[in-house]
Ligand binder design. Structure first.
Ligand SMILES: [Ca+2]
Ligand SMILES: [Ca+2]
Ligand SMILES: [Ca+2]
Length: 275
């Protein structure tokens, strides 16, 4: 009886807006690759192909072909999206990853997923570590999760979102060191180049085995155009991944080609050894 009274009081307070339940900043629980779903663990090594070489220079055509219009990244089915850290090639910058979810008129913005997307130097025993992480970093003094470097495959569950929710991601360049500015505007780069402060594309995307893989360029003006300063795999569920509208076909083809080429090179090397 008493509980029922308290519940009705609480409900009334919530209804009038006297109380609100807001997720605190940095609410995500970062989990390790060992705790990841099996289908991710099974292909984690494959993802290093999407990090690629530090300071590789991608042509304008390549960058454009890998553009995703994420204003169209709308869930068609209810799902708990998950974001996995794959690796980074950033030398000096330490970038932060945020996300925004829009459901109808409700916008959840600026939610920090990872505060310091640096690779953790302490993760070197991970197989092929340097191909995921050519420029790892130690934690900055006094920083704890989510503001400390990540191990390959660290991930978060973003929570439950209903069909119709639009997802977007933003990279806040070198945020943990104060951010970067140009003409007084902070370097925050989203997936929609039209709203980026420099008007340029800062993310490229691939689809691989029902994961969306995002690679970011973290410098104003496109920097060295390697687009792998930090790389993530996003799980929006198989049904959603296959239903995403306006994903350019070349992304899929290019990703498959990249993977196939890697396989081919290994085969060729093996043949040379045999001879
Ligand atoms: Ca880089
Ligand atoms: Ca780094
Ligand atoms: Ca770069």
């Amino acid at each position: 009886m008493k509980n029922k009274f308290i519940r009705s009081l609480l409900a009334a307070a919530l209804g009038t807006g006297l109380l609100s339940i807001a997720a605190p900043a940095n609410a995500f629980d970062i989990k390790s690759r060992d705790e990841a779903p099996a289908d991710f663990k099974n292909i984690l090594q494959d993802f290093r192909a999407f990090v690629g070489e530090e300071r590789r220079y991608l042509s304008g055509d390549t960058i454009q072909a890998k553009q995703v219009n994420l204003s169209d990244l709308t869930l068609k089915f209810d799902y708990d999206p998950k974001v996995f850290f794959i690796g980074e090639t950033a030398e000096i910058y330490r970038d932060r990853l945020d996300f925004t979810a829009t459901t109808g008129s409700q916008v959840e913005t600026g939610q920090i997923i990872f505060g310091d997307t640096s690779c953790n130097t302490g993760d070197r025993s991970f197989p092929n570590f340097s191909q995921f992480c050519p420029n790892p970093n130690d934690a900055l003094p006094g920083k704890v999760a989510p503001d400390k470097p990540l191990n390959v495959g660290d991930w978060v569950n973003l929570g439950s979102f209903q069909a119709g929710t639009k997802l977007d991601f933003q990279l806040v360049a070198n945020d943990i060191n104060g951010g970067i500015y140009e003409n007084g505007v902070k370097g925050v780069f989203g997936l929609n180049q039209a709203v980026n402060p420099d008007g340029l594309q800062h993310a490229i995307a691939y689809y691989y085995k029902d994961y969306l893989v995002l690679g970011f360029e973290d410098s104003f003006g496109g920097g060295d155009r390697d687009y792998n300063d930090t790389v993530f795999a996003i799980d929006i569920g198989k049904a959603n991944a296959r239903g995403v509208a306006n994903v350019p076909e070349p992304s899929v083809v290019a990703a498959m080609f990249a993977i196939a080429t890697l396989g081919l090179m290994k085969t060729r090397r093996r043949h040379q050894v045999v001879r």
